[in-house]
Write a protein that binds this ligand. Structure first.
Ligand code: SF4
Ligand code: FES
Length: 251
């Protein structure tokens, strides 16, 4: 394994490329502006490596979030070359020699690439993203068939990065709307055969800031780093509201 992959890495290092990285910088009370950095990187570097390099060697004031560096925590979602992406899952090779980085649209900017996620998590909490079941607990597990488990599988993959919500024109126009990520996480429980809170959540999502603000634009599904069919899940919830109950397999 090591003997076959090492030469490739060496070649990539030999093929270092010169990048021009433009970052939209901003701070509370100050107008935002673009700042340009010149960096050398390997095509196999991730964009988060490039940002780290800038921060560590050129400009310690450059501010961005990152944590796991492996596409799991969702903290480094940002608008790269005009598209919301995780910086740790985006290779330089896929971005070209001139790269732009901005904070995601639709969120208040705290500083540079860091946005305020509090409103986002407020909407997430609003849809009650946890199992609701007030029936007496069985002696063993609450059993579920494979098909019933599959019904809500897509939503379980969400890492709450906010890329979908920040790419939605409906959010740009109306920051009050609950947004795709909250609906994905509501779907995860509405369509769980063990849950008893569907009616409550559907009521919440049928108000004027709920699912009907979705215009089926598909930006959300297009940018999701977990490849969740976000728009399809929103449509599932719309149908559940219209028919008065979620469509869950009986067995
Ligand atoms: S649905 Fe996808 S894009 Fe939206 S928050 Fe979850 S993982 Fe991120
Ligand atoms: S740093 Fe955790 S998803 Fe990128």
């Amino acid at each position: 394994m090591t003997t076959t992959s090492a030469p490739k890495v060496q070649n990539a290092r030999a093929n270092m490329v010169k990048l021009t990285v433009r970052v939209k910088r901003g701070a509370p009370g100050a107008a935002s502006h673009w700042q340009e950095y010149k960096v050398e990187a390997s095509p196999l570097d991730r964009f988060v490596d490039v940002l780290n390099h800038i921060k560590w060697t050129q400009d310690g004031t450059l501010t961005f979030r990152r944590s796991c560096l492996h596409g799991v925590c969702g903290s480094d979602a940002m608008r790269i070359n005009g598209r919301n992406q995780l910086a740790c899952k985006t290779l330089v090779a896929d971005l070209g020699y001139k790269i732009s980085a901005e904070p995601m649209l639709g969120y208040p900017v705290i500083r540079d690439l860091v946005v305020d996620m509090d409103p986002f998590f407020g909407k997430y909490e609003k849809v009650k993203p946890y199992l609701i079941n007030n029936s007496p607990a069985p002696a063993t597990e609450r059993l579920q068939t494979a098909d019933q488990r599959k019904r809500f599988d897509a939503g379980t993959k969400c890492i709450l990065c906010g890329a979908c919500t920040g790419s939605c024109p409906s959010i740009w126009a109306n920051p009050e709307w609950v947004g795709p990520a909250a609906i994905v996480n509501a779907h995860r429980f509405i369509f769980d055969s063990r849950d008893e809170g569907a009616a409550e959540r559907l009521q919440i999502l049928s108000d004027r800031t709920g699912v009907w603000r979705c215009r089926t634009i598909f930006n959300c599904a297009d940018v999701c780093p977990r490849e969740i069919p976000v728009t399809d899940l929103i449509e599932d919830v719309k149908r559940a509201i219209i028919y008065g109950e979620p469509d869950i397999p009986n067995t």
